[in-house]
Design a binder for this molecule. Structure first.
Ligand SMILES: C/C=C/C(=O)SCCNC(=O)CCNC(=O)[C@H](O)C(C)(C)COP(=O)(O)OP(=O)(O)OC[C@H]1O[C@@H](n2cnc3c(N)ncnc32)[C@H](O)[C@@H]1OP(=O)(O)O
Ligand SMILES: NC(=O)C1=CN([C@@H]2O[C@H](COP(=O)(O)OP(=O)(O)OC[C@H]3O[C@@H](n4cnc5c(N)ncnc54)[C@H](OP(=O)(O)O)[C@@H]3O)[C@@H](O)[C@H]2O)C=CC1
Length: 447
């Protein structure tokens, strides 16, 4: 049995769940990996110069043993997330430390502690096998997977699964991720694949859509409400393209920040009216490596007021981090919220705390999404209320190039990867619903 036989079964309209269940598993599969003996390969280099094409490998790896509550999934498509860029440049830490730590949890988790790391935190595909105790899913089911892996043995995570002390991001802090022909997930990561989307479209929103949902919409994040002004950094990027959609769909006003006229056009095509091109307007929030320029914060704030009819923003959707955080705190409205999930440009933030406390602002930390939030975010995709923002699709062989493009900010929206799917456009089951939304689904394509 080879992965080719699995693909044939997936593509045959006659395959039944029993056929999938009866199919022997292959011994190995192709996967995108980083290697433990290469973690120092970029030592001494600037972040920008570390090249994912050098560190990401396409390897044949053995199919992992299936444990209780788990599923093996044939991956038709996946996507590149920034966490895969971090893994590929071994920043801020090598992910092998995460695998070693996970390997110490139990006999079963030892499987994850290997000299190679199969990466990737999104997938769309077909369930091949389920482990003991899995009843909700069966071989043959078409699924997407969110990337929250929790053990749930501590009460800390019982109200909000993100608070579990053993919370991990699958394919980043665990092995056997989605940039591969086969992936291992906990079965409670599985969700129904939206029928109106192709494999690569369905695989692309998962991580960023769920994260933006918690960060902006959920009461665990900013709890956005109708009428809010929301400043969205990187509004046509991975997270930002979903934050912009959530703001518009939720009756808020996005103020989109981007870095080129093309990206500004994408935001307008999504329905945003207030757009700032940070390159054209040339904001320099830092005078030098150590000092910010509050006059630039003010110039930025004035521009926001021009666009909103004099109002300040209720919420800032933050992720660039060091470069923008001082400005973000400054421009937030009295009583408003800065919600952050990342620090792409540096994790040691500096801001003038007087503007935070005197104006009763709040900074909220947010990370991925709990089980329920991930499910709710996927439901919005399935209902056609929020759409994938897929711009370009790469082959599994070209994942290094895809990660390079994301690292260098050369992409728009989301970048997809075909794993088992032999071409784009396959896997659509609900053509009628697709026809209703096809323009929105294709909005980011080939820009
Ligand atoms: C969904 C997608 C998401 C993204 O893309 S996010 C972006 C990518 N992710 C990242 O950049 C984050 C990468 N991760 C990290 O940088 C690190 O992962 C953290 C900084 C988050 C954590 O650092 P660490 O060293 O791994 O863990 P510690 O929690 O600091 O634990 C180290 C030791 O310190 C002890 N400790 C923790 N808190 C305290 C405390 N408050 N007082 C005293 N000790 C403390 C612990 O217990 C432990 O100890 P012991 O080594 O013995 O086990
Ligand atoms: N904690 C969590 O759960 C999650 C964290 N993340 C993290 O969030 C970050 C962004 O992820 P994602 O949106 O997928 O990445 P993308 O690269 O797709 O988008 C980020 C956008 O941010 C903008 N940007 C980048 N650097 C700067 C800067 N210095 N100043 C202002 N804007 C900047 C760029 O837009 P433009 O050039 O147009 O302004 C870019 O397109 C990453 O660090 C990632 O690891 C992502 C998902 C989940």
């Amino acid at each position: 049995m080879t992965v080719k036989d699995i693909l044939d079964a997936i593509q045959s309209p006659d395959s039944t769940p029993a056929d999938f269940a009866a199919m022997p598993l292959p011994e190995s599969y192709r996967a995108i990996t980083v290697h433990k003996d290469e973690t120092e390969m970029f030592a001494g280099m600037q972040t920008r110069d570390k090249d994912p094409r050098k560190s990401l490998h396409l390897d044949d790896v053995p199919v992992p043993e299936l444990g209780p509550g788990e599923a093996l999934v044939a991956v038709m498509a996946s996507s590149v997330n920034y966490n895969s860029v971090w893994t590929s440049i071994f920043e801020p830490l090598s992910t092998f430390g995460f695998l070693e730590r996970y390997g110490k949890v139990s006999e079963l988790t030892k499987r994850h502690d290997l000299p190679y790391h199969v990466i990737g935190s999104d997938l769309a595909g077909v369930v091949l096998r389920t482990g003991p105790g899995v009843n909700a899913w069966k071989p043959g089911d078409e699924v997407v997977a969110h990337c929250l892996s929790v053990e749930l043995e501590s009460s800390d995570g019982h109200n909000d699964t993100m608070l579990d002390p053993e919370q991990r991001i699958w394919g980043f802090e665990t092995n056997f991720g989605g940039l591969a022909e086969i992936a291992l997930v906990k079965s409670n990561q599985l969700m129904p694949k939206p029928g109106h989307l192709s494999w690569e479209e369905a695989a692309s929103p998962g991580l960023v859509n769920s994260t933006a949902y918690r960060q902006l919409v959920s009461r665990n994040g900013a709890g956005m409400k109708q009428g809010d002004n929301v400043l969205i950094w990187g509004a046509s990027g991975g997270l930002g393209s979903y934050a912009t959609q959530f703001a518009l769909a939720g009756g808020a006003t996005p103020v989109c920040v981007v870095s080129s006229p093309e990206k500004a056009d994408i935001c307008r095509a999504m329905g945003a009216e207030a757009v700032i091109d940070r390159t054209a307007e040339d904001y320099k929030f830092w005078k030098d490596e150590h000092n910010q320029d509050p006059r630039e914060w003010k110039r930025f704030g004035k521009r926001i007021r021009e666009l909103t009819g004099g109002e300040d923003v209720d919420i800032v959707f933050e992720h660039p981090g060091r470069e923008t955080f001082g400005a973000s705190v400054y421009v937030t409205r009295k009583g408003g919220t800065i919600v952050t999930c990342a620090s792409t440009s540096g994790y040691n933030h500096e801001y003038d705390n007087r503007y935070l406390w005197m104006s009763l602002k709040r900074i909220i930390g947010s990370h991925f999404a709990n089980y329920r939030e991930a499910w709710e975010a996927n439901r919005l995709i399935a209902k056609g209320k929020i759409h994938p923002t897929l711009s370009r699709v790469y082959s599994l062989e070209d994942t290094g190039q895809a990660a390079y493009d994301v690292h260098r900010n050369l992409h728009q929206g989301k970048v997809g990867v075909l794993c088992l799917a032999p071409e784009e456009g396959l896997g659509v089951r609900d053509h009628e619903k697709r026809a209703q939304h096809v323009d929105a689904i294709n909005r980011f394509r080939n820009i």
